[in-house]
Design a protein around this ligand. Sequence first.
Ligand SMILES: [Zn+2]
Length: 167
Amino acid sequence: MEKLSLRVFPDPVLREETKPVTRFDGSLKDLVAEMARLMNQHDGVGLAAPQAGVPLKLAIVFFGGVLYVLANPQLLSFEGEQEGEEGCLSFPGIFGNVRRPLKIRVRHQDISGGEHEIDAEGFLARAFLHEIDHLEGKLLIDHFSPMKRTMARKKLLRSGSAAVSEN
Ligand SMILES: [Zn+2]
């Protein structure tokens, strides 16, 4: 498949409504491979399909030596609370504290269409929730206070949307 490029805020695809993954075929495997390439190239731990310009309910997270492929993920339950700094490949150089649930249960399909429920906590829960946000058009800066959001926007516009992220 053609090479995809990382989409950086304010690229409108980041806010586009995503469509469910319905075909678990070779083209999905190609897309996941291309997303993994982009994620590694930019030193990310996760990537949602809209960040590669594809408005599909699909995300990947690499954690603990495992590549999680989340097709059509759904948050089933959550509990507790954690606060920590988050960044996003689509917001180069922008970091901020985001409050998230501590433990979650997610239902999703894998790259072959098999259904799973996963329990995640701590960093992995945070990573899954960040990617699920992407599939709902919700972005890192939406978690910020209005003032911090304005500062982040200005910083990004100054650096230009073609900037490349290290994180
Ligand atoms: Zn992100």
